[in-house]
Design a protein around this ligand. Structure first.
Ligand SMILES: C[S@@+](CC[C@H](N)C(=O)[O-])C[C@H]1O[C@@H](n2cnc3c(N)ncnc32)[C@H](O)[C@@H]1O
Length: 258
């Protein structure tokens, strides 16, 4: 049987050339994620990014003053990332499942926008990540949540059908309405806590987002500007608190290596 990451490689290679254009509507979430990364990581630190995609965040973190090693299972993603980071960073074609291949220990790590949802054995990933991080260093990860409150509204209204996939715990990834033979798994915060507990403690948890509609509903295009800004203000006040962070569409977790 093909390893899951081989299927992912095929899919993400295909997606790479159109990824940036296709994900523009995510910008309001991207900014929140980047602000959080810049709060927890400091200039001068050497970080490893897992599943860097087209290098959107690495480019910003390099500007922030960090040294970033970019890794991804997809060679085509790395090719696009190279056009952003130039010769300022090292890029390595490496599945997260082999992240312990490094002999160095890093000052921190991050992994954004659902890379964890592409991994089948997340416990083993945390164990491997632990082995390449300095004690006390941080890992900042954002992932798609299994329990999003909005699903229970959007599904009966016929707006989205994510509820079915999330209840099942996994679903095939779709791109422009076409379903591919690649699986994304939906993890709850409790799953992630269980997978990471032997290797990391959790410092903080943020919603991404709870109140603002998810990116796939394109709220920035559809909602009046003033209303969107108001929701954004409220979102920034509530996003680190229970129950908002547990029931968000995506979740950002700040882990500290034990
Ligand atoms: C939704 S994209 C996120 C990309 C990037 N982190 C971002 O914020 O835009 C998921 C990324 O994870 C990568 N990926 C999927 N499975 C992987 C694995 N097993 N190991 C490493 N990278 C993986 C894909 O190639 C893709 O670039």
């Amino acid at each position: 049987m093909k390893k899951e990451f081989v299927k992912h490689r095929f899919f993400w290679d295909l997606y790479a050339p159109i990824y940036d254009e296709n994900r523009k509507h995510e910008e309001y979430l991207r900014n929140t994620n980047l602000n959080i990364l810049k709060t927890y990581f400091h200039p001068g630190q050497t970080l490893i990014e897992i599943g860097c995609g087209t290098g959107i965040e690495a480019e910003e973190m390099i500007k922030h003053g960090c040294k970033v090693i970019l890794t991804d299972v997809s060679f085509e993603m790395l090719k696009v990332a190279r056009t952003k980071v130039g010769s300022n960073a090292q890029l390595i074609n490496l599945p997260a499942e082999y992240i312990d291949s490094f002999k160095t220990k890093f000052d921190g790590a991050y992994s954004s926008f659902g890379v964890l949802n592409c991994i089948t054995d997340v416990s083993s990933f945390f164990q491997k990540l632990h082995s390449i991080l300095k004690p006390g260093s941080l890992f900042v990860a954002s992932f798609i949540n299994r329990w999003y409150w909005g699903d229970f509204i959007f599904f009966p209204l016929g707006i989205t059908n994510y509820l079915k996939k999330r209840l099942k715990g996994w679903g095939y990834i779709t791109l422009d309405g076409k379903e591919y033979n690649v699986i994304a798994r939906f993890y709850s915060l409790n799953d992630i806590k269980k997978f990471s507990k032997d290797y990391f403690t959790i410092k903080k948890i943020y919603a991404l987002p709870f109140l603002l509609p998810p990116a796939y509903l394109k709220p920035q295009e559809r909602l009046p500007k003033g209303f969107f800004k108001l929701l954004q203000k409220i979102e920034n006040l509530i996003n680190p608190y229970f129950p908002f962070n547990y029931l968000a569409e995506r979740i950002i977790v700040i882990f500290q290596r034990s």
